[in-house]
Design a protein around this ligand. Structure first.
Ligand code: KG4
Ligand code: ZN
Length: 336
């Protein structure tokens, strides 16, 4: 029998301080997330300096908690995986330095993980991957379509040319005077509204799998101004429903077309916006009755966590990839 592999994951790229222990890349043993959302809410978004300070305060506590929850000793940990980018550089540095200090003190191998690889591998904690696989990553910082033909190999086939999907949600939410993070707020409003405004769909050039959300954002602003100038009113729930319909239709259609063109065996969805009920429903409908299985992880694995970093790190560990103690954070790290 082969020995179980236990990887400790650490994630501090944005506003969650997280640590997790994962067995064999597929089973979560313990998963601790300390969210800072409440501290950033009054500023209407994440304040990088505040994020870094919170990470410094939380990281040791979160690490203690994860070992307590897992009921494991350091002896049983095979390696430490940490998010090395992309993200807020000051925030990333807290996790990277904690991981380096622990790797040195405990004499454990160190592995640097790309945050998006982490989001993708959150899905493997639910179900084994089938290649070729298409991943739709939709978060506050990313909107990407990634094709994978094997573990640890990522081909970017589409990405946003301006705002990320979550960013568009947050900006439109701010116009509607909703609290941060705006995505879940718009999602709730949209469920009660009707799609009575026909906002543009950014399909871009024929065959492109890239995305663009800034035009849609401007269309929402213009519509709100026009209505205001005419002394009319629009229900926020109808604006939310119409905005969401545009985002969701483009994300779903491009994912579907890419899945067909590349004849994938599996489609997975990852990132905070994967929590969106409208998107989940539309994707479910689009892939129902096709021969392509669609996998959307539970909400707690969609948003930032360290189990996903440990899961992705397990693959690098198996492939013999190691980072040195000179590992550095890279705010704009590329996936491939
Ligand atoms: O993946 P994530 O937790 O952090 C990043 O790596 O960015 O994603 C956060 C983003 C935020 O923009 C938030 O508004 C959005 O995900 N989000 C949602 C929903 N839940 C979170 N957007 C739309 N609908 C939701 N239900
Ligand atoms: Zn993320």
């Amino acid at each position: 029998m082969t020995k179980d592999i236990y990887i400790l994951g650490i994630e501090t790229s944005c506003d969650e301080t997280a640590a997790a222990i994962v067995r064999n890349g597929t089973e979560t043993v313990a998963n601790v997330v300390a969210s800072q959302i409440a501290s950033h809410q009054r500023f209407g978004g994440v304040v990088p300096e505040i994020a870094s300070r919170h990470h410094v305060e939380q990281i040791t506590l979160v690490l203690e908690e994860v070992f307590h929850e897992a009921q494991l000793d350091w002896d049983e940990i095979d390696a430490i995986a940490v998010t090395k980018g992309p993200g807020l550089v000051g925030a990333l540095l807290v996790g990277v330095n904690a991981a380096k200090a622990l790797a040195f003190a405990r004499q454990k191998p160190l592995i640097g993980v790309h945050h998006i690889a982490g989001h993708i591998y959150a899905n493997r904690l639910e179900k084994e991957f089938q290649f070729p696989l298409l991943a739709l990553i939709v978060s506050g910082g990313h909107t990407e379509l990634v094709l994978m033909t094997e573990h640890g190999k990522y081909e970017l086939i589409g990405e946003t040319r301006d705002d990320a999907a979550g960013e568009a949600y947050d900006k439109v939410a701010r116009m509607l005077k909703l609290p941060y993070p705006g995505g879940p707020e718009i999602d709730r409003l949209a469920a009660r509204g009707e799609e009575i405004i026909s906002f543009p769909r950014a399909w871009l050039e024929d065959g492109s799998y890239d995305f663009s959300f800034s035009g849609l954002k401007s269309a929402v602003i213009n519509k709100m101004h026009n209505v205001q100038q005419r002394g009319e009113t629009l229900k926020p729930e109808d604006i939310a429903a119409s905005f969401q319909a545009s985002v969701v239709e483009v994300l779903t259609e491009k994912t579907y077309r890419a899945a067909r063109e590349h004849q994938v065996q599996q489609v997975i969805v990852a990132g905070g916006v994967a929590a969106n009920r409208g998107l989940r429903k539309k994707l479910d409908e689009r892939f129902a009755g096709t021969d392509i299985p669609l996998l959307i992880p539970p909400l707690e694995l969609c948003t930032d966590n360290a189990a996903m970093i440990a899961a992705a790190g397990t693959i690098s560990y198996g492939q013999g990839k190691r980072a040195g103690l000179d590992l550095n954070a890279n705010a704009s790290l590329l996936l491939n």
